[in-house]
Design a protein around this ligand. Structure first.
Ligand code: SAH
Ligand code: DHB
Ligand code: MG
Length: 221
């Protein structure tokens, strides 16, 4: 089984289960044209995020790491008309591209994009009493995963769903003494979720168009 098969099966999943989606296709094309790294979630993963928003019945969603807003749009589309995704992005160019993608997708009213270091934006959100959020998706600089998870706990309530991207990394998550900060971030997510008595979680290993990686998913108790 090769990554070529995983990508072909992802195409099969998308073509058999999803409506054609020229807007999302255009968002991905724009992100590449604007030089953003190709680290958006896959379509199958975006759909999973949107289903989790619906299953939770989430009205308030927090995302850490917007990039061009591809995952944001999947989640925004799953919200009721009075819902909101607050999404945090460091890079002003990424944020500008995301903003235009939100316009194109018709979700601008559902999205609150905050530009700057996420740890600062999280302070601001806490000061604004912006929480509690119903679902939180963490997908930014991996070494900060423990800090983002700490903030996620402060901005949550019992029942909040917390998802953390890129926690498997081709299985490199097993490298106990690897010096890759991304892997350290992945392992930190596991030890945080495993060590917090108010979190009950698992991880889903995924293969597909984006290779072999995975999501950690937890519920706040
Ligand atoms: N969720 C997006 C992908 C996010 S990629 C999607 O699936 O479509 C990770 C993003 O996190 C990048 O855009 C990067 O600029 C941003 N990022 C990195 N460090 C950050 C920080 N300290 N604060 C906020 N965003 C950060
Ligand atoms: C990277 C970051 C991501 O959020 C992702 O989904 C894939 C790769 C990275 O920084 O390498
Ligand atoms: Mg990611």
């Amino acid at each position: 089984m090769s990554s070529k098969t995983w990508a072909a099966v992802d195409d099969y999943i998308v073509s058999s289960l999803f409506e054609a989606d020229p807007v999302l296709d255009a968002v991905i094309a724009t992100n590449r044209k604007q030089g953003l790294p190709a680290i958006d979630v896959s379509a199958a993963q975006g759909k999973l995020l949107s289903l989790l928003v619906r299953i939770r019945g989430a009205k308030r969603v927090l995302e850490v790491g917007t990039l061009g807003g591809y995952s944001t749009i999947w989640m925004a589309r799953a919200l009721p008309a009075d819902g909101k995704v607050v999404t945090l992005e460091l890079d002003p160019h990424h944020a500008k591209v995301a903003h235009s993608n939100f316009e194109r997708a018709g979700v601008s009213k559902l999205v609150d994009l905050r530009v700057g270091p996420a740890l600062q934006s999280l302070e601001t959100l806490a000061a604004e009493n912006a929480g509690p959020f119903d679902l939180i998706f963490i997908d930014a600089d991996k070494p900060n995963n423990p800090n983002y998870l700490t903030w996620a706990m402060r901005l949550s309530r019992p029942g909040t769903v917390i998802i953390c991207d890129n926690v498997i990394r081709d299985g490199a998550v097993l490298d106990e003494d690897g010096r890759d900060p991304h892997v350290e971030g992945a392992r930190a997510a596991f030890s945080f979720i495993g060590g917090d008595k108010h979190l009950d979680g698992t991880a889903i290993q995924t293969v597909g168009a984006k290779g072999y990686d995975g999501f950690a998913i937890a519920i706040v108790e």
